[in-house]
Design a protein around this ligand. Structure first.
Ligand SMILES: [Zn+2]
Length: 416
């Protein structure tokens, strides 16, 4: 009986949480462009910013997922069918799915960190502090900055070989709504630390520099106000009250040249200037401070199951792209071997439309990190950003195998 009352309270509390009206009966539809003209039209729609793109146009015969509020659906359907694009529905009612997942999350909620559930920013920070205090010889936690709204940003260093060892810089959560990213990053750190004897060889040869949630204000906002929020939460002086910039369009390398918007209301707003967003300056400064010790930069997003390398600002490839491709192939093979999850490895052939200002481009182009990757985690659109929590562990397991390949590569190549 008591359990029922508790459950009823949880459900009522969840239903009372204001779901943005725009999500109620909002749908995610998929179209697949087969001609250059269709692809161009979709790209124009993205830049216009009227619809929320869950998967941006990347190339011919590659799916594009678009969310539209109920009232905007007829308009979207008309503009798509005008170009001969036939939408199919991927998610019938985004609002209902968000509500269901909120109820589930609150039912299973514990303050302690685990990987059966998604956790908010404070829980992740508290878990990192605990890890550092439980394993002082392996983990160091440093406050490296403060977010726009005043949240502490920490860098967790995991390694036992000393500061001179080669390192891998890992970040997650740059886009607020991509919850599987911080969840997967923290899963991997937990695996390394709690099985430290198994990985002692790796841990004494390679340092892991980890920031699991580098858009703290946006991430927290997805727990409290808008599950579909993507950007930071800074003021933009927009007359419409639009907030935040796309932190992955904000880096100072070919900034705002292509595939980004100058409108503060756009989800791909590049910001008022390069590095206008304090959180990105914090991450940038850590990459600069660590300098040539960083051999690999990994930034985790969702979704689409892609393992991509620069450049994002142009379809041209870096001179050493073959090196990056080889390591990506090895990492993805190990990933797929775990649960059969297929990833595509990104190159210019499937990124006809460029997007400038991304962190991986900066890491390679300015930061001097040879192996810079953007990884788009699960899934391929069945749930998109609303990936069920039951997939955190499988995602963590498979991605950890890829990370081990990368770490062994760093150890064998750079560690003496
Ligand atoms: Zn993203």
């Amino acid at each position: 009986m008591k359990a029922l009352v508790v459950l009823a309270c949880v459900v009522l509390a969840a239903l009372a949480t204001p779901t943005k009206p725009s999500l109620k009966e909002a749908k995610v539809v998929r179209v697949v462009p087969h001609t250059e003209e269709q692809l161009h039209h979709l790209h124009q729609l993205l830049l216009q910013g009227r619809y929320d793109f869950w998967q941006e146009p990347r190339g011919l015969n590659t799916p594009v997922d678009i969310m539209a509020a109920l009232r905007d659906l007829p308009g979207l359907a008309a503009t798509l069918s005008g170009r001969g694009l036939k939408p199919t529905v991927m998610i019938h009612d985004v609002g209902r799915l968000v509500e269901q997942q909120t109820v589930e999350r609150l039912q299973h909620h514990t303050r302690a960190m685990d990987w059966h559930n998604y956790h908010d920013y404070n829980t992740i920070n508290a878990w990192m502090a605990q890890l550092a205090s439980d394993h002082p010889d392996l983990c160091q936690l440093e406050k490296v900055g403060t977010s726009y709204e005043g949240r502490t940003m920490n860098l967790l260093t995991v390694g036992s070989g000393g500061a001179d060892k080669p390192g891998i810089f890992i970040d997650g959560g740059i886009h607020a709504r991509e919850w599987i990213s911080p969840a997967t990053v923290t899963y991997m750190v937990n695996e390394l630390v709690t099985n430290r004897d198994t990985y002692s060889d790796l841990l004494s040869s390679v340092n892991f520099y980890v920031m699991p949630s580098i858009n703290p204000d946006g991430y927290q906002y997805t727990f409290t106000d808008d599950r579909m929020w993507r950007k930071t939460r800074s003021d933009t002086n927009s007359p419409f009250g639009c907030k935040g910039a796309d932190p992955n369009r904000n880096w100072d390398f070919h900034w705002n040249e292509v595939g980004a918007s100058s409108s503060p209301c756009s989800d791909i707003y590049a910001g008022s200037a390069p590095f206008s967003e304090v959180e990105m300056r914090v991450v940038r400064d850590e990459i600069i401070r660590l300098g040539s010790k960083i051999k690999v930069y990994l930034t985790f997003h969702s979704f689409s199951q892609l393992w991509m390398y620069p450049w994002g600002y142009t379809s041209a490839l870096p001179d050493d792209w073959q090196d990056l491709d080889n390591l990506a192939q090895d990492a993805v093979s190990a990933l797929t071997a775990v649960h059969g999850t297929r990833y595509e490895i990104g190159s210019s052939t499937n990124t006809i439309y460029a997007a400038a200002g991304g962190s991986d481009d900066w890491a390679k182009g300015v930061g001097g990190v040879k192996y810079a990757y953007t990884v788009e985690l699960r899934d391929q659109g069945s749930y998109g950003f609303l990936l069920p929590a039951s997939q955190i562990i499988p995602s963590g397991e498979e991605t950890f195998e890829a990370l081990k390949v990368v770490a062994n590569f760093v150890k064998n190549t750079y560690s003496k």
